[in-house]
Design a binder for this molecule. Structure first.
Ligand code: NAD
Length: 496
């Protein structure tokens, strides 16, 4: 019998009573790694009830104690960094170095959570009226929920529960059903760090389980990361049940290459940013916008991409791994075929094979040029190692193209002109902008600020915005009048 992925409820890793399971598959080999149970209604109910109860004592735990827990957790994650990366690499197919990066970017958020006392400081103004002072406190909400995607099984759960819990909330994590093994290990280490029972719970499932959490009267806030269609549905259902909701959604990220750019730098960065992690990053560059004469560099880009190949997680020569599932591969290949009817295909990775791993979901680097905004390969988030080149005459035209796109997660520009860079960063309607930096993911003391169709909500993931998301502001207005006569009647309180 395959290993059954446990739930984590009220401090115990438990086997689900569910009879509905789903296989967890190694995408490089199709080996069955585990069976994932779809949690029952009762188990979801137990997770919420336990988190609600644990909140009563956890919110009273002194803030420095919560911070120290995060310090211990950070040290444990670092100690187990390689082990976590190996597990994550087998589960997702990512190369070992890429998997280490996934874990590391999560560790950086835990470091921020360890600094929670400074981030929870409220505001004060003395003497707002005669003898009256006003101050504000950030207090936790209660039971928060996180629903996470397959493509960063360490980083994205770690965007959520460390900060939520450090703020004094309790948390229910529902990770991607495709890659549940790393989240289980993350929670085992959290237990080792000393998290009290019920403060973090782990349940598994899909739409049904998510809806139960969204509709439950005792859940207060929902953090979601995943595809645009699911994000919209979760945002609507969550807000209609009066929850606080933040949804980080899909993307189509453009990189603008100006003719004055450093050609070698721009092309090398473009290669890694487009096909790295098999293009399965929400900040991957999927559209290269060549301005004016820079289009002459496209054949050189094709040459560079053609030298890369996917491979197993421990193959140090592999540039990236397989795509996550057979269904994902079929969808990507179908879009490539559509693209071949519409645009010029310079590289086609549809028939990619990897020696000794005949069953992997391999897709090789794929490059299209002469792409226009009407084409399916431009309009859809392909989420594979596929780069579309669009050629325009001016920076102005590039800005208009990017601004017309419904998504707004990330973008970048390569140029030697400060003026062009300034115009681009100022006028572009995208939330995260790189200047000669291809994938501008902000470090955790900033927030992850996607715009337009890439984000639904007000407050973004991690950083100061997440602290606001996971807390309520309480504002206290105080009047104390000092009465000397009354004070002289008091017993002598002098401390010796
Ligand atoms: P997905 O939307 O299929 O799944 C995400 C989560 O939602 C999973 O936990 C899944 O079980 C759950 N889910 C799926 N269908 C559901 C439904 N109908 N109702 C409720 N819950 C449902 O996404 P994915 O394929 O796992 O991840 C890839 C997507 O995530 C891409 O679109 C990518 O751009 C996006 N993403 C965005 C960001 C960001 O920060 N903006 C980061 C990473 C990934």
């Amino acid at each position: 019998m395959a290993y059954q992925v446990p739930l984590f409820i009220n401090g115990h890793f438990v086997t689900s009573a569910s009879t509905i399971t789903q296989p967890v598959i190694n995408p490089a080999t199709q080996e069955l790694l585990a069976e994932l149970p779809m949690a029952t209604d009762t188990e979801i109910e137990q997770a919420v009830a336990g988190a609600k109860q644990a909140f009563q004592s956890w919110k009273e735990t002194p803030v420095p104690e919560r911070a120290r827990l995060m310090m211990r957790y950070q040290a444990l994650l670092k100690e187990h960094h390689d082990e976590l990366a190996e597990l994550l690499a087998k589960d997702t197919g990512k190369t070992f170095e890429d998997a280490k990066g996934d874990v590391w970017r999560g560790i950086e958020v835990v470091e921020q959570a360890a600094n929670i006392p400074a981030q929870l400081m409220g505001e004060t103004v003395g003497n707002v009226a005669g003898g009256i002072d006003t101050s504000s406190y950030l207090q936790p909400l209660g039971v928060c929920v996180g629903i996470t995607p397959f493509n960063f099984p360490a980083m994205i759960p770690l965007w959520m529960f460390p900060l939520a819990v450090a703020c004094g909330n309790t948390f229910i994590l529902k990770p991607s059903e495709q890659v549940p093994l790393t989240p289980v290990r993350l929670l085992e280490l959290l237990v080792k760090a000393g998290i009290p029972d019920g403060v973090v719970q782990l349940v598994h499932g899909g739409q049904k389980q998510v809806e139960q959490l969204l509709e439950h009267p005792d859940t207060r806030a929902i953090s979601f990361v995943g595809s645009a269609a699911v994000a919209q549905s979760i945002y609507k259902t969550g807000t209609s049940h009066m929850k606080r909701v933040q949804c980080m959604a899909g993307a189509k990220n453009h990189c603008v290459i100006m003719p004055d750019a450093d050609k070698g730098q721009a092309l090398n960065q473009l290669v890694g940013a487009s096909v790295g992690a098999a293009g399965q990053r929400c900040m991957a560059i999927s559209v290269a916008v060549f301005v004016g004469q820079s289009k002459a560099w496209i054949p050189e880009l094709a040459d560079k991409l053609s030298t890369l190949r996917p491979g197993a997680w421990d193959d140090t020569e592999a540039a990236f791994g397989p795509v996550i599932s057979k269904a994902a591969k079929a969808r990507i290949v179908d879009l490539i075929q559509q693209g071949k009817h519409e645009a010029t295909c310079l590289l086609d990775g549809s028939d990619c094979e990897v020696e000794s791993l005949p069953d992997g979901n391999w897709v090789g680097p794929t490059l299209f040029t002469d792409v226009t905004p009407e084409m399916a390969i431009y309009q859809q988030e392909i989420f594979g190692p596929v780069l579309c080149c669009v050629c325009v005459d001016s920076l102005e035209a590039a800005i208009q193209l990017v601004n017309r796109n419904p998504y707004g997660n990330g973008t970048s520009i390569f140029t030697r002109s400060g003026g062009a860079a300034r115009k681009y960063q100022h006028e572009i309607e995208v939330g995260q902008v790189g200047i000669n930096v291809p994938i501008p993911v902000p470090l955790p003391f900033f927030s992850f600020t996607g715009w337009k169709g890439s984000f639904m909500g007000d407050l973004h993931a991690y950083g100061k915005q997440a602290v606001r998301f996971y807390t309520e502001t309480k504002t206290i207005t105080t009047r104390w009048v000092y009465n000397e006569e009354e004070a002289s009647d008091q017993p002598n309180l002098t401390i010796h």
